[in-house]
Every structure is written in C-alpha cells, then in structure tokens.
Design a protein around this ligand. Structure first.
Ligand code: SAH
Length: 217
C-alpha cells in the first residue's frame, strides 16, 4: 500500500462524510465540520492510512480517539446553533474539541493525563483554534468557575451521570454521556428540564473509562 498523500486524505475524508450520511447523521452543519476537520492530524503517524476509517484509533497511554460516527452522533445530539459555552470531559487528541469549536462559541475541555492535554493544546494551536480552553485534572468535577454550560460532552465511560456535571448544565441544556460498565455502555442524551434530567437513549457504545472522584476508581 502507498503512503497516503494530502489528496488521498482529502478523498478519504469526503468518503467518510458519505458513510456518516448512510449511517444516519442528518445535520448538515455536523456533516460539514466532519468534512472539514483534518482527523489525520489527530492520530499517531503509524495510523495515518486509517485516519478516515470509521473506527476508534489508539492515541497512546491506553486512550483512543473516538469513532467518527460516535463523534458525529454526539455532536448532532447537542444541537449547537453557534455561540454556546460547551464543556468537554476527556480532551484526548483534541479532535472532538475541534469539532465542537467549529459549531459553538467557546469550548472548555478537561483531560486527566497531562501529556495528552499538552499534545492536544499544541495541535489545536497549530490548526488555528482560538476558542478552546484546556484544563488538566479530574473532569468528573467539571469546570465550576465557567458554569453554566449550554452543552456538555463526556468522552469517557461513567458508571453513572456525575452529579457535578449535571449541576453545571444550564436549564434546557444538553449533555451526552456513555453510562455503563468498564467495557460496554450506552450513550445517552440528557436534557435539563425544570432542573431535572430527561434521558434519551442514543446507542450502545464502548468508551475508555472515566477515572475520577465521580467516575471509576
Ligand atoms: N475526545 C477525545 C477522545 C477521548 S478518550 C478525542 O477526540 O480524541 C477519553 C479521554 O478521557 C482519555 O484521554 C482519558 O485520559 C480521559 N479521561 C478519563 N477520565 C478522565 C477524567 N476524570 N477527567 C478528564 N479526562 C479523563
């Protein structure tokens, strides 16, 4: 196999968008940013040929960049219209943060592993994203100084919805989170209505665990 050129990567990205459409992603704004953000800049060099496959890929330290379909589905569920304050837990490679930054006003992203956060910060700076703020620490506690958030995306699997995160969601806000065991979970959209959570099931998923005070030990 030939090492992919920029042209090959652009073609693969367009094919991925077509695949996401077939798999049921409908929001044209979400499809447009999936076709714009260069996922190949967020994967390890050895995975470049697989950068636009619809599957998660290792990013080091036992973590993964999420499957594009799950990124698109989660983003679509947040129903961003532009200008919102969004909180992401689990920066990882920074790919999901970049997708959110394209559609919202400001993105606040928390990662517990410093090396991953540093690499993501450098990557997003190089790609020109100015509306993403980073924090290193336990994201199960959220980012209380910046609350309330119109949308919250949890990119790691939790045993239950962390109360701190729900508390930092604004009224009528939307939160997406994988909830379940360490291996298998279900992705939920949680809306805050009259201060209470209203759950909508999205699909079964397999995320890496959310490790922290209100996550897994
Ligand atoms: N959104 C990422 C994928 C994240 S994978 C991307 O687009 O690449 C999940 C990430 O959550 C991992 O990097 C893991 O280290 C991080 N994580 C796990 N528990 C956490 C916690 N309590 N607070 C913040 N980050 C956490």
């Amino acid at each position: 196999m030939r090492w992919p050129s920029e042209e090959d990567l652009a073609r693969a990205r367009a094919e991925l968008v077509a695949e996401l459409r077939v798999k049921g992603i409908r929001d044209e704004r979400v499809l447009a940013v999936m076709g714009k953000v260069p996922r190949h800049c967020f994967v390890l060099p050895e995975f470049l040929p697989a950068a636009y496959d619809d599957r998660p890929l290792p990013i080091g330290l036992g973590q993964t960049i999420s499957q594009p379909y799950i990124v698109a589905l989660s983003t679509e569920a947040l129903a961003l219209r532009g200008g919102e304050k969004v909180l992401e837990i689990g920066t990882g490679s920074g790919y999901q943060a970049a997708i959110l930054a394209e559609l919202a006003g400001e993105v606040f992203t928390v990662e517990r592993l410093p090396e991953l956060s540093w690499a993501a910060q450098e990557r997003l700076r190089r790609l020109g994203y100015r509306n993403v703020r980073f924090r290193i620490g336990d994201g199960t506690k959220g980012w209380p100084e910046e609350a309330p958030f119109a949308a919250i995306l949890v990119a790691a699997a939790a045993p239950r919805l962390p109360p701190s995160l729900f508390a930092q969601l604004g009224e009528a806000g939307r939160l997406v989170i994988p909830v379940g065991g360490r291996i298998h979970q279900d992705l939920w959209l949680v809306r805050k209505e009259g201060g209470r959570p209203v759950y909508q099931h999205l699909c079964p998923v397999a995320f890496v665990p959310l490790i922290g005070e209100e996550g897994f030990p």
